[in-house]
Write a protein that binds this ligand. Structure first.
Ligand SMILES: Cc1cc2nc3c(=O)[nH]c(=O)nc-3n(C[C@H](O)[C@H](O)[C@H](O)COP(=O)(O)OP(=O)(O)OC[C@H]3O[C@@H](n4cnc5c(N)ncnc54)[C@H](O)[C@@H]3O)c2cc1C
Length: 314
C-alpha cells in the first residue's frame, strides 16, 4: 500500500484555494455522493475533468501533505459519519470514443452503464455482463467489477494512470494483476484516468436483447432502497459455478438474513446485500456488517472479506 499522509495540516482556507484553485469546496457532504446515502463531510472536495487537472491536484496535495481519496460513483463506498479529514477528488474525466476497430477508449469518470450503451450502439459485444453495475469506469477497473462470469479486466487492454506524485503513464492489461474484485490499483494507489476496452464484433439486436435481459433480472432481484450491492466477496471454491461459493448463501445459512441495526438491515431477498433507510447512519451499516461477518465465522469458521471500500475512521 502506498503511504499517504494521515493528518491534514491546518492551512488557512485562502492558502488552500490559492493552491487548488477556486473550485475547491470545503466541508462537502459525502452522503448524497454515495449509493448508501450516509456519512459525513469531506474537509476538502474538488472535481477534476482532465488528466492535467487531476495531475495538478495530486501534485499539490502531495506538496501540502494533504491525504487524498478518489471518488467515482460512490456505489461501493461507506463513508464514516465523522467524514474524511482530507481531500476528496471526484473524477469527472469523461468521454467515449472508438479508437480502433472494436476498441473503445473511455474516461475514468464515465458511467459504466454509458460505456455499455456505447458498445451496444457500435454493435460491439463483450461488455453485456456489466449492464446494471453502478458506478464509473474508474471504480469498475479499481475493483475489477464483474457479474455472470464476466469481469472488466477481461476486456481492458491498456490504460492511462496518474500516480501519487502526479506523473502519468500508459500501462497494458498485465500491469493490473486482475483478480476477483481486485486490481493493482488497490495496492499501488494509482489513479485510472482513461482505459481502452477491446471488444468483438456482434449483432446490435442480440447485444441489446442480452443487456435488457440482464437489466430486467437485476431490477427483479435488487432492492429499490439505498445499497452498495454485495457487501462481501464470494469465497473461492472450485466445486461451485464460476469457482466461488456465494457469500449470500453462507450468510443465509448462518442466520444473518433477518439482522438489522438502526436504519440498516439485511435485504430480505439477498443476505449479502445491506439496505439503508433514511434513518441509517454509516455506523449502523458498519455494526450490521460486523454482526453478519461474526455469524458466518461462528457457524463456518470462514472470515468474510469485504467488497466495500471505507473512507474515514470507524
Ligand atoms: C445496486 C448495485 C449493484 C451492484 N452490482 C455489482 C455487480 O454486479 N458487480 C460488481 O462488481 N459490483 C457491483 N456493485 C458495486 C459497484 O457498483 C462497483 O463496485 C463499482 O465498480 C464501483 O464504482 P464507483 O465508481 O461507484 O466507485 P466508488 O464507490 O466511487 O469507489 C470505489 C473504490 O474505487 C476507487 N476508485 C474510483 N475511481 C477510481 C479511479 N479512477 N482510479 C482509481 N481508483 C478509483 C475509489 O477510490 C474507491 O476505493 C453494485 C452496486 C450497487 C449499488
Amino acid at each position: 500500500m502506498v503511504e499517504q499522509p494521515r493528518v491534514t495540516p491546518d492551512l488557512p482556507d485562502s492558502e488552500m484555494v490559492a493552491a487548488f484553485g477556486h473550485n475547491l469546496e470545503f466541508s462537502r457532504a459525502m452522503g448524497p455522493l454515495t449509493s448508501f446515502g450516509t456519512g459525513g463531510p469531506a474537509r476538502y472536495f474538488l472535481s477534476v475533468s482532465s488528466i492535467d487537472e487531476l495531475s495538478r491536484a495530486v501534485t499539490t496535495a502531495k506538496r501540502l501533505n494533504v491525504p487524498l481519496f478518489i471518488l467515482g460513483g460512490g456505489s461501493n463506498l461507506l463513508v464514516s459519519d465523522d467524514g474524511y479529514d482530507g481531500l476528496v477528488i471526484r473524477l469527472e474525466i469523461n468521454g467515449l470514443k472508438l479508437v480502433e476497430p472494436m476498441t473503445i477508449e473511455a474516461g475514468a469518470g464515465e458511467q459504466l452503464s454509458t460505456l455499455v450503451d456505447f458498445a451496444t450502439e457500435q454493435s460491439l459485444t463483450g461488455l453485456e455482463f456489466a449492464a446494471g453495475i453502478w458506478g464509473t469506469v474508474g471504480g469498475a477497473v479499481f475493483g475489477n467489477a464483474g457479474a455472470f462470469g464476466g469481469e472488466i479486466g477481461q476486456v481492458l487492454t491498456e490504460a492511462n494512470l496518474v500516480d501519487l506524485a502526479g506523473r502519468t503513464r500508459t500501462v497494458l492489461t498485465d500491469y493490473f494483476n486482475f483478480e476477483y474484485r481486485s486490481s493493482q490499483l488497490k495496492t499501488s494507489g494509482e489513479i485510472l484516468a482513461t482505459a481502452r476496452f477491446k471488444l468483438d464484433e456482434g449483432n446490435c439486436t442480440e447485444i441489446e436483447t442480452r443487456v435488457q435481459e440482464i437489466l430486467k433480472g437485476r431490477a427483479e432481484r435488487h432492492p429499490s432502497e439505498r445499497t452498495a450491492g454485495s457487501f462481501f466477496k464470494n469465497i473461492p471454491d472450485s466445486t461451485q459455478p464460476h469457482g466461488k461459493m456465494p457469500a449470500g448463501r453462507l450468510l443465509e445459512e448462518a442466520g444473518a438474513g433477518s439482522l438489522s441495526v438502526g436504519g440498516a438491515k439485511v435485504y430480505e431477498k439477498h443476505a449479502n446485500i445491506i439496505v439503508a433507510d433514511e434513518r441509517a447512519t454509516s455506523k449502523d451499516i458498519r455494526l450490521l456488517a460486523d454482526m453478519m461477518k461474526k455469524k458466518v465465522f461462528d457457524r463456518f469458521g470462514i472470515e468474510l472479506q469485504e467488497e466495500i471500500q471505507q473512507l474515514g475512521s470507524f
